[in-house]
Design a protein around this ligand. Structure first.
Ligand code: 6PG
Length: 241
């Protein structure tokens, strides 16, 4: 596992670097092959998506991407809480990616059934490595409590379960979620954290400097099996490192 921390002077510089990485990766994709990406919700991913749509709509080979979700709120796709809706409005409707390349989690369906169904979909669409689907790129945000995806501190079992997607509940809002689990995330070829803003400085410092104490911090359970882990931070989020 390789691990790197990249600090940028602004979230715009971070987004530009992310775009350059994606362009380079897509240039390496062989004809008739695809690049599989799983995306998170949250305000930081949303900023990145808007930036890509505004500045890279005609500079990235979008048709080479297969887009999946790291997690989804158990709401219909038109709900303002929907991660699909956020990604669609900020990015997907604004770039030339075929609808057939977009695989949303059906938040409107029975959560348990959809977690199983989506796990099967990912198995069928994402190339395998060491017995599990291996995403080319897993894009994670970081919650103030150290959650990743919808793996919250009260569910350490989601870091080790054999199921690829499971049902979780956001503790404060009691909102049901469908989430990728630790083993699937850790099997990715690349895991990129995108974290910006002063409010994240404390949790970033705790995770990166191992100051977790007795608390379970799900982000500390993200250690790629053999892939690359990259933290992309703006200087505010990195200010306590
Ligand atoms: C979600 C996300 C979640 C998010 C983090 C960071 O569905 O909410 O998957 O893991 O990425 O909470 O969100 P912010 O960038 O908004 O703090």
């Amino acid at each position: 596992m390789s691990h790197s921390v990249r600090v940028f002077p602004s979230r715009e510089a971070l987004a530009q670097s992310f775009a350059a990485m994606l362009i380079k990766d897509l240039d390496r994709i062989e004809p008739d092959h695809y690049y599989t990406i799983a995306i998170s919700g949250g305000s930081t991913p949303e900023y990145l998506f808007r930036y890509l749509a505004e500045n890279y709509a005609d500079r990235i080979s979008w048709e080479k991407l297969l887009v999946f979700w790291v997690d989804e709120r158990c709401v219909p796709p038109e709900d303002e809480e929907s991660n699909y809706r956020m990604a669609y409005e900020s990015l997907l409707q604004n770039v030339p990616i075929p609808d057939a390349n977009i695989f949303r989690i059906r938040g409107e369906d029975d959560p348990g059934a959809e977690a199983r169904q989506y796990s099967e979909l990912v198995i069928s669409m994402v190339p395998e490595y060491r017995g599990m689907p291996q995403f080319d790129l897993m894009l994670l945000g970081l919650g103030d409590d150290g959650h990743i995806a919808s793996v919250f501190p009260d569910r350490p079992d989601l870091l080790t379960t054999v199921h690829l997607y499971e049902v979780a509940v956001r503790p404060d809002k009691k909102q049901k979620r469908i989430t990728a689990t630790g083993r699937l995330i850790n099997n990715s070829s690349k895991i990129y954290y995108i974290v910006t803003g002063k409010s994240k400085a404390s949790i970033v410092s705790r995770v990166l400097e191992g100051k977790t104490g007795t608390d379970l911090i799900p982000a500390s359970g993200i250690m790629p099996v053999s892939g690359h882990l990259v933290w992309m931070l703006d200087k505010e989020a990195a200010s306590l490192l």
